[in-house]
Design a binder for this molecule. Structure first.
Ligand SMILES: [Zn+2]
Length: 275
């Protein structure tokens, strides 16, 4: 499904336990690869949050198809703990004559920075889930007027610029944060989770049928957790994703509207794949 989030194009596939892959052509990357949906092979790099099969099954296919189409070897970033096994997986497919070694598989850990085109970068943080999981925040470096010059009129700013003073500074702006599969404890995992312009947050469960604490123990977010912490989200746009396929589109919409306070609801979008 094609979305526009905060001015960024996102081709989104995410159904809990089935497939998760977000393509972000503005950054030339995929966040998770799911079953390698249409279009994903056009992105030159892949940031894997974790190695669960609904997020990573398409990995060998992605590498091999890019090679077959004479595209550059992709850069693939994954949690350090799953790197040896994923490398072995690609070697195993290579034994079966797939061109799966035509890539650079790089282990990354919390705090690492991944360079991206156009002076952008991704920063890695640890996301709480059942296995080692990396969350990623995508940053852009932008030029903005220095604090001390705010409120000055154009003529004065022009004069200052001509006199050689530095009127701008470069700041790193968190554009989009994706924790992958996670629990509500992710709100304390990294400041970017609640402050990035766009947050793509999993919300696997909702309603009274699933106990929120049980969801948390299983490594996932329940809608009730988001409602409880509604005031913490400072993000301009929040995409709720990864709903379990047990819920109908109508159930999701009704329950989200019922549970979230208006101040949060007006910034929330839902990733719902209608049948
Ligand atoms: Zn998972």
């Amino acid at each position: 499904m094609r979305l526009q989030l905060g001015g960024m194009a996102v081709e989104a596939h995410s159904v809990g336990g089935v497939e998760t892959c977000f393509q972000l052509p503005d950054f030339g990357l995929c966040l998770d690869i799911g079953r390698c949906p249409e279009g994903a092979i056009s992105q030159d790099r892949l940031l894997l949050t974790h190695a669960h099969i609904d997020h990573a099954a398409g990995l060998p296919y992605y590498v091999s198809m890019r090679s077959m189409r004479h595209q550059s070897p992709p850069d693939i970033y994954c949690p350090a703990a799953s790197h040896p096994t994923l490398a072995r997986l690609l070697e195993t497919w290579a034994d079966l004559q797939a061109d799966t070694l035509h890539c650079r598989l790089v282990p990354v850990s919390p705090g690492d920075r991944i360079p991206l085109p156009n002076d952008a970068f991704a920063r890695v943080f640890a996301s709480p889930h059942r296995i080692e999981t990396n969350g990623y925040t995508l940053f852009r470096r932008i030029r903005k007027l220095k604090e001390e010059h705010k409120g000055k009129d154009g003529t004065e700013i022009g004069r200052l610029a001509r006199s050689g003073s530095a009127i701008h500074e470069v700041v790193e702006r968190a554009e989009l944060c994706f924790p992958g599969d996670t629990t509500i404890d992710v709100l304390d995992a990294d400041p970017a989770v609640t402050t990035a312009r766009v947050l793509m947050l999993e919300c696997t469960f909702l309603g009274s049928e699933k106990d929120p604490e049980e969801a948390r123990q299983g490594g996932h977010v329940h809608l009730d957790h988001i409602a409880t912490h509604a005031e913490r989200f400072q993000n301009e746009h929040i995409l709720l994703t990864h709903f379990s396929k047990r819920y109908s589109a109508r159930e999701i919409r009704t329950e989200v509207a019922r549970r979230l306070p208006p101040a949060l609801l007006e910034r929330v979008e839902l990733l719902i794949h209608e049948p």
